[in-house]
Design a protein around this ligand. Sequence first.
Ligand code: ADP
Ligand code: MG
Length: 235
Amino acid sequence: MTKKDFIYEGKAKRLYTTEDPNYVIVEYKDSFTAFNGQKKATMSGKGVLNNKISSKLFQMLADNGVESHFVEQVDDTNQIVKRVQIVPLEVIVRNITTGSLCKRLGVEEGKVLPRPLFEMCYKDDELGDPFIIEDHALLFGWATEEELDKIKSISLRVNEILKDYFAKKGVVLVDFKLEFGKDMQGNLILADEISPDTCRFWDSSTGDHLDKDRFRKDLGDVLGAYEEIWKRISA
Ligand code: ADP
Ligand code: MG
């Protein structure tokens, strides 16, 4: 499959059609954005790392029975995925308190939660992806009850698999964001990306941040951290 027409440019990726309407090519860009696009940067090599990491993690999830849009990595920055209609929700699963959760609720940083916390935001850049509850998604038609149940159970399953996988690599999975979509047959599947842009990873022994928080908080050596995640999961 090859790239045909450009479809869409997001903050981190570009989408292209292929010869087959069921599939699109996702190109990972070198751009960093944070705080709703207010903070921006470009770092050469970031797209390659996120493409490799995301491809590897989607493949690992598939090996563990979790279906996603991922088909194959074609080269350094491109992967073939099933074309889906994205459900306009950003799903967040948290194991440890940090980030916007602490800011919003004033709860203590770095507290291990007694069980995973499942949150949802409405995916809308102009509104800044506002926090919502299930009833908003249902009443405004962003997802059905059945879809929400499925989204929640897949998300918690993904958390279990990723948490165990990363624990073995000396990495704590703190929290992550997922997106879901409906394929041409109407099946709800995991989509978008799973990378240090969308997950918080803490080194198990040092507590070092190995994710986009290095960019958000100006901690330095951002790509070194992404490189470290790739090194651990490709070993
Ligand atoms: P954003 O700026 O919205 O975060 P990204 O650059 O991360 O965008 O990704 C580009 C867009 O591609 C996003 O809107 C995302 O929801 C969408 N997308 C992800 N996977 C698929 C897919 N399989 N089919 C269609 N769209 C997708
Ligand atoms: Mg994105």
